[in-house]
Design a protein around this ligand. Structure first.
Ligand code: PLP
Length: 419
């Protein structure tokens, strides 16, 4: 992510300073309390935050862990994913999603995304399950690609908007797959489920869900933190063991686990910030609506985010698409406006996954989108004036490009032909 320069009218990509300045007294009190009790790991501060976060998500349980990546890995293992299994996910996500799958001993396989929501396309998932998998003699689903058992699907609620969960749950039921949500960008996002006939929060629909409280997320710690939510008591118990070396009682290890606990200080800081999350999310939604309104005059130049009627997104990121991405980003940089790309290279084309032997064209929507997306400044305290300036600069850029294109059209097409 680009960081704005020191010009006084610079607009940062995100603002992590203001919310902490506003809550400074309450936040520093957490440190004092931790020092006085020396309660640094686990304990009442962690339990208090867990209860509050479960209540926020509308789940029976929340188990705090060291990071979002831990949360994903533990959720997969506790959800029954075994070493050697295949977990189906999307290629356009942060690598932590697939790292967690690999670290749980499983193998990620991808399905492409919906071009409007950028989230897992249930139609592609159906196609994958029907055509790229077979059912073996024991009635188990096997991937043709890897000859491994397919046991879970991991939809990512990207940019703060939930994936279309009803059809995903239907397919999961039909093929007996466990659904684990990657809700690391979607604290408080909602989905209208026709199956349940009500709005449901991210993290409350799958068998379990992973949240990250990395500082830049909608709810961020002042360091690393994460949580798993679930309505299943046995999953919550299993996660508590996984995060603490496989023990439920000190030094009695039922299995090998991890050092994946949450610091009490981080839990305390998160507990202070949590009551503000709904308001911050509402402010993000207002900022997104304002961008949408302002960008109507630039609809030739950029595509704004699409929010289906069944979705209430929380705009962790406000992502637009443009064919002239590099030019636009450079123009905004010169105007001291921060931007980012989330994410420039789909996972199937990353060097880390060269051994999967994927190639360009395997997931065309994810690939196309990756070339065009740009994330504009988005944070709760972004002002209408700042947004006006961002959009004005987008308009300046696009009119310049359009003008240049019109003038240079002949020359360009000539150059193309001689190239
Ligand atoms: C942030 C993030 C993670 C990982 O969370 P950490 O707390 O950084 O480990 C996983 N998945 C997605 C989609 C994320 O945005």
């Amino acid at each position: 992510m680009s960081v704005a320069n020191n010009r006084s009218n610079s607009i940062p990509f995100l603002d992590l300073i203001t919310p902490h300045v506003e809550l400074e007294q309450e936040l520093t009190e957490v440190f004092r309390k931790a020092l006085q009790t020396a309660g640094f790991i686990g304990g009442p501060m962690v339990e208090d935050f867990e209860a509050a976060f479960a209540s926020f998500c509308g789940t029976s349980y929340s188990v705090a862990v060291g990071s979002g990546t831990d949360a994903l890995r533990f959720a997969l293992t506790a959800g029954g994913v075994k070493p050697g299994d295949v977990v189906v996910t999307v290629p356009n996500t942060f690598i932590a999603t697939t790292e967690a799958i690999s670290q749980a001993g499983a193998l990620p396989e991808f399905v492409d995304v919906d071009e409007r929501t950028y989230n897992l396309d249930p139609a592609r998932l159906a196609e994958y399950l029907a055509n790229q998998c077979t059912v073996n003699d024991e009635g188990r689903l096997v991937s043709r690609r890897s000859s491994r058992f397919v046991t879970a699907v991991l939809p990512v609620h990207l940019y703060g908007q939930m994936a279309d969960m009803d059809p995903i749950l239907d397919l999961a039921e039909r093929y007996r797959l466990t659904v684990i949500e990657d809700a690391c960008q979607a604290h408080g996002a909602e989905y209208f489920s026709q199956k349940h006939n009500r709005w449901m929060k991210a993290g409350s629909i799958g068998r379990a869900a992973a949240f990250s409280f990395y500082p830049g997320k909608n709810l961020g710690a002042c360091g690393e933190a994460g949580a798993v939510t679930s309505n299943d008591a046995s999953i919550a118990e299993k996660i508590k063991m996984l995060r603490d070396h496989g023990q439920a009682k000190k030094y009695y290890h039922d299995m090998e686990g991890y050092n994946g606990r949450l610091d009490a200080i981080q839990a305390g800081l998160l507990r202070v910030k949590l009551p503000h999350l709904a308001k911050w999310n509402a402010q993000r939604r207002e900022r997104a609506a304002e961008y949408n309104r302002l960008l109507q005059s630039a609809e030739d130049a950029v595509v704004v985010p699409y929010e289906p009627s069944w979705s209430r997104a929380v705009y962790h990121l406000y992502v637009v698409r443009t064919a002239a991405r590099e030019g636009l980003m450079n123009h905004l940089k010169t105007a001291a406006i921060g931007t980012g790309i989330h994410y420039p290279i789909p996972l199937h084309l990353q060097k880390a996954y060269a051994e999967m032997h994927h190639q360009t064209g395997d997931f065309p929507i994810a690939e196309k989108v990756a070339k065009e997306i740009v994330s504009l400044p988005m944070f709760p305290k972004l002002t209408a004036e700042q947004q006006k300036r961002v959009v004005l600069e987008i308009l300046n850029f696009s009119s310049r490009v359009l003008k240049k294109n019109a003038e240079g059209e002949r020359a360009l097409s000539l150059a193309d032909r001689t190239a």
